[in-house]
Design a protein around this ligand. Structure first.
Ligand code: HXC
Length: 272
């Protein structure tokens, strides 16, 4: 018998106002642009969110701004947490569970970046970025694991595309993000049988982000329009749409994927 679709297909799909009602997302790096918009999307669709950040003022400010999108009390800032410190993340998880009762989704997005050629990249500078991006992602998922096992939750790592080819002055970030991809793949296979999905989103050039401000100063909009196959920079909405899909029931059979949201840029080795 052929399995055809019926009206239930619509009700099980994403993009409904109550899609994430009753769900809780734990976000590291929520103070930055990419993870902030990911959080906004989930909150707009009914989720509660804990925003974990190193900076006190930025974490609190961003949480206040996102909370305007939802009912009071839907967004919890947890500042002064360094993802390199596992104990601090355990405390953040405990605070989240005390406030919201559960964790369903994790966005492991805290990242460090700067442009540096290898001659000016100290061992500690390299280690700092690998520790924030890779060890920090591991720590985040490990600290959330007891809650994810209970909720049969889902993890979204935030990677990049610059390690698919060689991007100069980004050896530290490329190495770290390659590790993030490997971590996501391994955990997808290991945690899949336990009911937990792990996927990765790999943003390319997204306009109005901290990363692009740091990596591609100047008139990169024009350069991007020429270099990217889709002839434009990405938008935060592009990131939000893919995030919603990957956490939604529509992606219930999607596990261990790395979704590049880059307009096809990495296929042509586009740098800015
Ligand atoms: C060379 C630098 C440097 C720079 C820091 N370091 N900035 N080296 N060039 N511009 C060196 C320091 O000298 C030191 O090494 C080491 O890095 C650690 O720096 P600290 O400031 O002491 O440590 P820490 O507080 O841990 O800060 C680490 C950090 C972080 C990585 C610099 O503060 C950071 O990057 N913050 C920015 C957050 C951010 O923008 N996130 C968005 C990322 S976007 P020594 O040897 O002197 O001790 C992104 C997208 C990637 O990731 C993909 C895009 C396509």
């Amino acid at each position: 018998m052929v399995n055809t679709l019926d009206a239930a297909f619509i009700s099980k799909g994403p993009w409904k106002s109550n899609l994430f009602q009753g769900k809780v997302v734990f976000v590291t790096g929520g103070g930055g642009t990419i993870c902030r918009v990911q959080t906004e999307a989930l909150v707009l669709l009914g989720a509660k969110a804990a925003i974990i950040g190193r900076s006190e003022s930025n974490t609190i400010t961003v949480a206040e701004e996102i909370s305007k999108l939802a009912e009071p009390g839907a967004v919890l800032p947890i500042p002064k947490i360094d993802v390199r410190d596992y104990k601090q993340l355990e405390q953040a998880v405990a605070q989240t569970v005390k406030t919201f009762g559960r964790i369903d989704y994790v966005i492991a997005g805290a990242a460090g970046n700067f442009i540096a050629d290898v001659a000016h990249l100290s061992p500690n500078a390299f280690k700092s970025v690998v520790d924030i991006d890779l060890l920090g992602s591991f720590n985040t998922v490990k600290a959330c694991l007891p809650e994810l096992l209970k909720s049969k939750g889902s993890v979204l790592f935030v990677s990049a595309t610059l390690h698919y080819y060689g991007v100069p002055f980004q050896a530290h970030v490329g190495a770290a993000k390659a590790g993030v991809d490997a971590l996501s793949n391994a955990l997808a296979v290991e945690l899949g049988p336990l009911g937990i999905r792990c996927n990765c989103i790999a943003p390319g050039p997204i306009e109005n982000t901290e990363g692009m401000r740091r990596l591609a100063p100047g008139d990169f909009k024009t350069r991007a329009a020429e270099a990217v196959p889709l002839q434009r920079l990405g938008t935060t909405k592009d990131i939000a749409d893919v995030t919603v899909f990957l956490f939604s029931p529509a992606a219930s059979f999607v596990n261990g994927t790395i979704t590049a949201v880059d307009g096809g840029a990495w296929h042509v080795g586009a740098t800015f």
